[in-house]
Design a protein around this ligand. Structure first.
Ligand SMILES: *Cc1c(COP(=O)(O)O)cnc(C)c1O
Length: 421
């Protein structure tokens, strides 16, 4: 059923060989983080009784209380809040922003323009004044651009922190849908040290796509708070929805007040039977992230040998699960997404078409065949139809299946090129 050409299978074998060292490193990180995870489960005495659903107010839901503790321990944080009630990553990050910031405060983003969906929450780029954004509430916004090589501009960050004395220094760890490199936890540590040396700022990290890709999480390297989505890395492909915020206890408490209400905070919130899935997904997360990292490393090797520019490149250290490949031509990008879709467990029969998307000035094409709608810890890919026709690919619940999908994408692309000739 998977009709890969002899030529492609040779490239595939070669790519696998080239990945051997990357895979070893990934396995070491996975094993370390999986140990951390198991330890957190054991330490907190997770038991089956905790999976019982609560309804109504959800008072005294033991599973809800314990998953917060397990998550905190697994990421080396003082405290955490893990809830299915967070509707997505953007919502989770927004709760953290509004939880901490007050009118008159300054939010300083030190990694250039934040992720697209966060911009309206901050009120960047023409806030009508009536959306309920941070800007609407009188929170000021400032930004430090990345250096020309795409890395943080530490000197500019130091200057901005000294001069602006922000309430919050905001770091986006992952590249998102840009071609800049992702931040290492080491880079985050340098920024956190700068921020804490020259101001009393809260250092907050958008940790989306970064969880369990390194041995340390940002809150173990000086960040005060971090947040992310459960349909990405820390949901392990099992959580059906939700998000988390982790970090210093007092800050997490403020976020809980914002999530529900001041006074009630984390004491309410029926779990409706989702607790088992959230525990199970969290438990699997380090392993699943390892599978996704292997998928990304394999794709990088394969497409490099097919003559395309990739970022991260083979052998580059990874700080998130995203792999970008510059496919050079619209036809290549379309063929890639269609090939990937064809080897997805769900919706394999669907043919992706480029279409207009709100907020984009060019058409966008997406491939996703996931058990959970929009889940990007499951293998998915997308890209806008404009130069350099890059595709951003991420996820893969298991490498063996995701590898087939990457090969299917490559085969579709090779077939497309043959057609053109
Ligand atoms: C995915 C993502 C978000 C937002 O998450 P959604 O779940 O799509 O709302 C924010 N920042 C980064 C870097 C992301 O990758």
């Amino acid at each position: 059923m998977f009709d890969f050409s002899h030529q492609l299978l040779k490239y595939s074998a070669l790519a696998l060989k080239q990945c051997a060292h990357d895979f070893e490193t990934i396995d070491e990180i996975t094993e370390y983080n999986q140990q951390k995870m198991l330890k957190a489960f054991v330490k907190n005495g997770v038991s089956e009784a905790m999976f019982a659903p609560s309804t109504g107010y959800g008072y005294g839901d033991r599973g809800r209380e314990v998953i917060d503790r397990v998550f905190a321990d697994a990421v080396g944080a003082e405290d955490a809040v893990v809830r299915h009630n967070f509707t997505c990553g953007t919502h989770t990050l927004t709760v953290a922003l509004f939880g901490v910031l007050r009118p008159g405060d300054t939010l300083l983003c030190v990694t250039g323009l934040p992720y697209d969906t966060i911009q309206p929450a901050i009120g960047i780029g023409g806030d009508s004044g009536h959306t309920g954004s941070l800007h609407d509430f009188g929170v000021k916004y400032a930004q430090v651009e990345l250096a020309s090589d795409g890395h943080p501009d530490f000197a500019a960050i130091e200057k901005a922190v000294r001069e602006q004395q922000p309430k919050m220094v905001y770091i986006q760890r992952s590249r998102g849908y840009s071609l800049r490199p992702s931040l290492s936890v080491e880079d985050i540590e340098i920024i956190a040290n700068l921020a804490h040396s020259y101001s009393s700022a809260v250092v907050m990290v958008d940790n989306c796509y970064g969880e369990f890709t390194e041995r340390r999480e940002p809150v173990e390297a000086g960040a005060d708070l971090m947040a992310g989505s459960l349909i990405k890395n820390p949901g392990g492909g099992i959580a059906p929805t939700g998000g988390y915020i982790a970090g210093r206890h007092a800050l997490v408490e403020l976020c809980c007040n914002r999530l529900t209400t001041p006074g009630l905070g984390r004491e309410v919130g029926a779990t409706l039977g989702h607790t088992r899935e959230l525990f199970m997904g969290l438990f699997h997360a380090p392993h699943v992230v390892g599978e996704a990292l292997k998928t990304a490393a394999f794709a990088s090797s394969l497409f490099t040998s097919l003559g395309f520019e990739t970022t991260p490149q083979p052998y580059e250290t990874r700080h998130d699960i995203i792999q970008a490949i510059k496919l050079q031509k619209a036809e290549n990008l379309i063929a890639f997404c269609r090939g990937l879709q064809k080897a997805s467990p769900i919706d394999s029969f669907v043919v992706p078409e480029p279409s207009d998307m709100p907020g984009y000035d060019s058409k966008v094409i997406m491939a996703a065949g996931a058990f959970t709608l929009g889940s990007s810890i499951e293998l998915s890919a997308d890209g806008p139809l404009r130069e350099p026709y890059a595709v951003w690919m991420q996820g893969g619940l298991n490498f063996h299946s995701a590898k087939l999908a990457v090969l299917s994408a490559a085969q579709a692309l090779l077939d497309e090129q043959k057609k053109v000739k």
